[in-house]
Design a protein around this ligand. Structure first.
Ligand code: ADP
Ligand code: MG
Length: 484
């Protein structure tokens, strides 16, 4: 039987506010453990939470960016459960009246555009952290994170493959960073994903029983965890078994999911409206002001890159994955005589792969946009060939200075003097009787050999186009003089 996977994601996004969602304590990451959870975050008696306006602003910003309904009236509810990293015994969240309602996000998979529904996005507070490592059989609690603002973004069960799930998650990741509401750091837990997965016989309308996979904290794991869970479910169903609705934990070391709790053990959170917080009212002006200040969003930027710079789909998409990337491209294209396409090639190609290798963000690139523009200009004006440019690029990366300085210091200037190239070609041809015979007898592939010899003799500095022309001309002469 053919099975169709169905996936819905719940993503927790930590908001980049300076203080906590209901208190003035710092929301900074990485401080000394247990130094920044205040009485409000811990829910000690006699304190009252006060909503952080900036957190609401960021949630609205997100809502507008995904074309969602922004609810001018929303409410906070208590979600009750016990866990050592939740000393209050409840989490303040939103339940029946979330701040953001229905919206959507577009993804492109295998060239096809697909719209993924967003069910809702609600504001809530994060809990503290339980630390199991480094404490020899004990668990330590760090409450610094308690009260950090989150939006939880819930998708519709609209994804039909791991590829679509990854594309959706990437798009969401790009979006929250464009909006500057989250740093997107998955390792530090600022962007976390739970995946709901089910499978059904292809063509069946009714959804299958789902499991929820927790603890997925990188894009690679999302792909693996969901892929693994789909296979596990298909195996069970093919053997005539049934899927149990449950929460499973993904273990990246073993690449497997294992049960955490079943539906029967599921928490009854006893949600009820938080008596300490009045419903949140947002007026039209607040929303409009945010709308006016929205940045250019990824889809719009991608389209503009195609229109304005004539970039292809792939380049336009790659370059708009982050604002920093897009800005770097525009700065380089603006400063260089090279075609935008050439600039895009360098950024998506050499620069990106080098940044990847060294695990650097484009903002930390040792080659600035101005320096890259300088390099591209030297190819454009024929000072160096594309091949030599790669050497110059590496030298620039290692700190040897601007393109001009590297070309000068390393003596890489291209040989464009026709007379000089002709002389070199003559020398080589004089030593290549056998190869000339092969060439004249029809083995045209041997042409590459001559090119290689000239490049070797000139240290790669001869202008490739001229070498090509001159070689062709001289060999053609041989074709007629040495022929049978
Ligand atoms: P809960 O409140 O128990 O988390 P929801 O109905 O809110 O359940 O759904 C949570 C997530 O699960 C949503 O992202 C939704 O798209 C997804 N989901 C619901 N049903 C299925 C299913 N049968 N298969 C896959 N995902 C599903
Ligand atoms: Mg859930």
């Amino acid at each position: 039987m053919k099975w169709e996977p169905v996936i819905g994601l719940e993503v927790h996004v930590q908001l980049l506010t300076r203080s906590k969602i209901f208190s003035g304590a710092s929301a900074n990451y990485g401080s000394q453990p247990n130094t920044q959870a205040c009485a409000v975050d811990l829910g000690l008696p006699g304190v009252l939470p006060v909503m952080n306006e900036n957190a609401a602003r960021m949630a609205v910003k997100f809502g507008l960016a995904v074309d969602a309904v922004v609810n001018q009236r929303s409410a906070f509810a208590r979600k009750n459960y016990f866990y050592p990293d939740l000393p209050k015994g409840y989490q303040i969240s939103q339940y029946e009246m979330p701040i953001v309602g229905r919206g959507h996000l577009n993804i492109v998979v295998d060239g096809e555009l697909k719209r993924i529904g967003i069910t809702r996005a609600h504001l809530e507070e994060d809990a503290g952290k339980s630390l199991h490592e480094d404490f020899h059989g004990m668990t330590a609690i760090d409450l610094n994170r308690a009260g950090t603002p989150l939006v939880e973004i819930v998708s519709e069960p609209d994804m039909r493959s791991t590829k679509e799930a990854v594309a959706y998650l990437r798009k969401l990741h790009t979006m929250v960073r464009y909006l500057e509401i989250c740093d997107g750091n998955m390792q530090e837990g600022s962007f976390r994903c739970d995946a709901n997965v089910s499978v059904r016989p292809a063509g069946q309308a009714k959804l299958g029983t789902r499991t929820e996979v927790k603890n997925i904290n990188s894009f690679r794991f999302v792909e693996r965890a969901i892929g693994h869970e789909i296979e596990r479910q298909i195996d069970i169903l093919e053997e005539g078994g049934e899927i149990v609705q449950e929460t499973r934990l993904y273990d990246p070391d073993k690449n497997e999911t294992r049960p955490m709790r079943t539906k029967e053990e599921a928490h009854d959170y006893r949600y009820f409206p938080d008596p300490d917080l009045p419903p949140m009212a947002i007026d039209e002006t607040f929303i409009e002001e945010i709308r006016q200040n929205l940045p250019e969003l990824p889809d719009a930027k991608e389209q503009r890159f195609k229109d304005q710079y004539q970039l292809n789909e792939e380049h336009a998409h790659q370059l708009t994955q982050s604002r920093a990337n897009a800005d770097y491209f525009e700065a380089t294209a603006g400063a260089s005589r090279g075609a935008p396409k050439t600039v895009a090639n360098w950024i998506v190609g050499d620069l990106s792969s080098r940044l990847n290798d060294e695990n650097l963000d484009i903002g930390d690139s040792p080659i600035s946009s101005r320096m890259l523009a300088g390099l591209i200009d030297r190819i454009e004006d024929n000072t160096i060939s594309g091949k030599i440019a790669k050497e110059v690029f590496r030298a620039m990366w290692e700190g040897e200075g601007e393109a001009d300085a590297v070309i000068e210091n390393r003596g890489l200037k291209q040989i464009t003097d026709t007379g000089e190239i002709e002389k070199i070609v003559d020398d080589i041809l004089a030593k290549s009787r056998t190869q000339i015979e092969q060439y004249t007898s029809g083995q045209e592939k041997i042409f590459g050999y001559f090119i290689g010899q000239v490049m070797k003799a000139t240290g790669g500095k001869a202008n490739p186009k001229q070498v090509n022309e001159i070689l062709k001309k001289k060999l053609r002469a041989h074709l007629f003089t040495d022929g049978p």
